[in-house]
Design a protein around this ligand. Structure first.
Ligand code: GLU
Length: 444
């Protein structure tokens, strides 16, 4: 049996009931097959893949907090410190009722390769809780964040593990967590990224994932002799990634016609009014059902459905496994030329294969959404030197990083005879650096 298949079997056996984690490991190891096979004996002897797929440390703890009626609640919380070969653990905190160990491990595993691809010195980690921020008062959010950090603060630090935002964790939550960390540990340091601009945050961090996604997409199209001008874009999601992806797409001359949230989706054939979406989502923290009051000619539909709309480019920016085989077929039938992932693993493996087999340019999230964490690493740099860079400076660095990731993935795919396959290219380019660092540091 090949080493890759051996390790995939082992991971499935040793980590039962973790389907998302299995999916992420399979997707990565399958595409590394060519690289592993070229060094099979050496890697097997070093148990490199066993070490890569087993987190260095996993923290599980309870978070008790009191709601506005005096009722106590208990949530499960996680921090998976997956791999520190190339830098301190780095990755977001997801607050969503669906969160479990499988989801945090899949995200942490992906983060290793994503962070490596940025070219910056950050290891891979992820955390979160099954706490549902929806409908909670500000005080309840603060109570949860403080209790969460009261435990987490023992295990993180500017040089050890630097969490950030993800689904459900934005500037407000990071602020409450930062305040609690500082109070308990007594140090003002860059322990979290995505901070507010008044206390060490970086310009462009809010926009970074969405903007970076478009910088990557533009470069990928350019390498294929195409551009963004007048392209019709379908976006899923209406959170931080989706909003700033839409903003940059419009700046590049494209038209965004869909967005979605957990209850439904909007179709605005004239182009989404982003100021309206920002007000609904960022200010009111409300549902997209309200969009129709701003734009009477738009459509609102319950459930999922953005991939049924005719588009040139699809940008899944909501969550994992939201673009299925049926959706991929619909996109191809509608003439879609590119799919670039803003979320983490939004496209199922079958859908990815179908898109690639039908000539659609496909950018995996670990490459195309790396702009968020890359800008987090830029925030860490600024915190270390106690300076703040201008918007233009950070934005230029972000763009440069995304273009480099695109080229590195392209080159790695070419080196192994898989030209144009960004999944293979991103996994190989991300893996090579981490593997070399692990080997250099001995058996740890
Ligand atoms: N949660 C984001 C991601 O999936 C950002 C992580 C960070 O900035 O550390 O990459």
């Amino acid at each position: 049996m090949s080493y890759v298949d051996e390790v995939i079997d082992l991971v499935v056996k040793k980590n039962p009931n973790e389907p998302e984690f299995h999916q992420a490991v399979k997707e990565v190891l399958e595409s590394l097959r060519v690289v592993i096979e070229a060094n099979e004996d050496k890697y097997r002897k070093e148990a490199l893949l066993e070490r890569l797929t087993e987190p260095e440390r996993q923290l599980l703890f309870r978070v008790p907090w009191v709601d506005d009626n005096g009722q106590v609640h208990v949530n499960k919380a996680y921090r998976v410190q997956f791999n520190s070969a190339i830098g301190p653990y780095k990755g977001g905190l997801r607050l969503h009722p669906s969160v479990n160990l499988s989801i945090i491990k899949f995200l942490g595993f992906e983060q290793i390769f994503k962070n490596s691809l940025t070219g910056l010195p950050i290891g891979g980690g992820k955390g979160g809780s099954d706490f549902d921020p929806k409908g909670k008062s500000d005080r309840e959010i603060m109570a949860f964040c403080q209790s969460f950090m009261a435990e987490l603060c023992k295990y993180i630090g500017a040089d050890t593990d630097v969490p950030a935002g993800d689904i459900g964790t934005g500037a407000r939550e990071i602020g409450y967590m930062f305040g609690q960390y500082k109070r308990i540990r007594g140090v003002f340091e860059g322990v979290l990224t995505g901070k507010g601009l008044t206390y060490g945050g970086s310009l462009v961090r809010t926009e970074a994932t969405g903007y970076g996604l478009l910088y990557f997409t533009e470069e990928m199209l350019k390498l294929a002799g195409k551009d963004m001008k007048d392209k019709v874009i379908a976006i899923s999601g209406a959170g931080n990634v989706a909003i700033y992806a839409a903003e940059k797409a419009v700046q590049m001359g494209a038209k965004v016609v869909t967005m979605s949230d957990s209850t439904g989706w909007i179709y605005d054939p004239e182009g989404i009014d982003l100021d309206a979406v920002k007000e609904i989502k960022e200010v009111k923290r409300a549902r997209l059902t309200e969009y129709k009051t701003y734009r009477p000619n738009s459509e609102y539909h319950e459930g999922a459905g953005v991939w049924s709309v005719k588009c040139d480019i699809a940008l899944p920016c909501a969550t994992q496994n939201e673009l299925h085989l049926e959706d991929a077929k619909q996109l191809v039938a509608n003439g879609c030329i590119a799919v670039a992932e803003g979320a983490n693993m939004p496209t199922t493996m079958e859908a990815t294969e179908y898109l690639q087999a039908n000539g659609v340019l496909f950018a995996p999230g670990k490459a195309s959404n790396a702009g968020g964490v890359a800008t987090s690493a830029l925030e860490m740099s600024q915190n270390s030197e106690r300076l703040s860079w201008s918007f233009e400076e950070v934005d230029a660095k972000l763009k440069n990083i995304m273009v480099n990731i695109c080229h590195n993935a392209t080159d790695a795919a070419k080196r192994y005879g898989c030209e144009g396959n960004y999944v293979v290219g991103a996994n190989i380019a991300g893996f090579e650096k981490v593997a070399a660092a692990m080997e250099a540091q001995g058996i740890v």
